[in-house]
Design a protein around this ligand. Structure first.
Ligand code: 5GP
Ligand code: ZN
Length: 120
């Protein structure tokens, strides 16, 4: 399968792994938007959140639990952090293997968009 993140899981494409367990791996984003910007991905290929099903419940939970562990390891769990999963075009998804962004190490604004809200 021609999937960038499957190639990172298999080791065909290198990535700086910061965490791994039976369900997920995490590595630093190539274009970081915060002092820590990690991507946590399932070992299993799931293209978007829309394609996840009941059998993926535990792996979806594993993504969030890994984020909390990494935040603790890196020492910003108490200060706080953000996790984000983008879905499809309006969500800003560019890699079609689901991934949870973990952003930490600085205070972030809310809401996350700068443009005026557009419908459609
Ligand atoms: P998305 O926009 O799909 O939510 O996020 C994709 C993320 O993957 C982006 O933040 C982008 O910088 C990151 N990314 C794209 N290609 C690579 C790569 O080859 N290696 C790493 N480490 N990150 C990547
Ligand atoms: Zn994949």
């Amino acid at each position: 399968m021609d999937c960038l993140f499957c190639k990172i899981v298999s080791g065909e494409i290198p990535a700086n792994r910061i965490y791994e367990d039976d369900d997920v791996i995490a590595f630093n984003d190539i274009n970081p938007q915060a002092p820590t910007h990690a991507l946590i991905i399932p070992r299993k290929h799931i293209a978007t959140l829309n394609s996840a099903d009941e059998s993926d419940k535990s792996v979806l939970g594993a993504l969030s639990l890994a984020a909390a562990k990494i935040a603790k390891e890196q020492g910003f769990d108490q200060a706080g952090y953000r996790t984000v999963m983008n879905c499809n075009e309006h969500g800003g998804q560019t890699v079609y293997h689901i991934h949870l962004h973990l952003l930490g190490g600085k205070a972030m604004g809310w809401p996350p968009y700068q443009n005026k809200l557009k419908t459609a």
